[in-house]
Write a protein that binds this ligand. Sequence first.
Ligand code: GDP
Ligand code: ZN
Length: 287
Amino acid sequence: MSEGIVIRTHGALMRVQVDGDLRLASPRGRLRRGRGGILAGDRVEMTDDVIDAVRPRKNRLSRPPVANVDMALVVVTLREPRMSFLEVDRRLVLVHLAKIRPAVVLGKTDLLKDGEISSFLSLYRAAGYEAVGVSARSGEGLGDLRRLLRGQLAVLSGPSGVGKSSVLSALTGQRLETGSLAGGDRGRQTTKHVELLPVGGGFVADTPGFAAADFPEMRRIDLQQAFPDILAHRPGCRFADCLHLSEPDCAVKDAVASESIRPERYASYRAFLEEVREPWSRSPRPS
Ligand code: GDP
Ligand code: ZN
């Protein structure tokens, strides 16, 4: 018996990586039914070229359909296109809610001044995220990104045009069509098969995830769990259920005033708090 990881599903055939080799395998009959079948990212037990069992999954995304995702790389650009902090932070919150480790990748650094790159990266590092800058065009930062990906199964997230396909091509040396990862995760991707591409001892899915969607119904008090910078200061608040709006003795607001929490991050938190619908409030969201 050997163990492998499913790289791509293909009808009843799966491409599986076993001990560094790629094999085509097919699941035993009972495995083809139920539980949504076998997904890319599944860890499987095999005898010869037959998959006998699927190991329990730690998670599964539906878009793209991938199991056992460790990390989501939120790809951000400050030019071509200019992304807002709100867009970046929204994706980071969605990744957090999926219980996946987020990282920030500032792309197209060849278009930016050194000072812009370092101030952006330090903002997110200070907020508690791993953050790297890369340029698919110049190759700058690709080594840092490979190191970040070591041993991880990652998905990319980011709007169309930020350079996801280009970064993936640069990392894998495989030529992906420019714009082939376009869109959040709608349209043609639903018909496309996901493939995991080997990168730096890990894998990256060739289909992006975490489109800038609405938040699920959740408690407002839980939103701050997705803000490491707010969480770090919250123990200093007088009230345990402080939402850091206008409560007295709020350590978070103090931290914003002294810029230990960056105002941009607090602005995102405030905006998302307005959007969050509590599970018990059935009325439509005010517009
Ligand atoms: P995707 O939609 O996120 O997959 O983005 P693409 O990889 O298709 O890139 C969108 C556009 O940005 C294309 O015109 C690329 O040539 C350009 N682009 C991608 N990476 C870089 C980069 O590192 N620097 C610059 N200047 N342009 C880039
Ligand atoms: Zn507070």
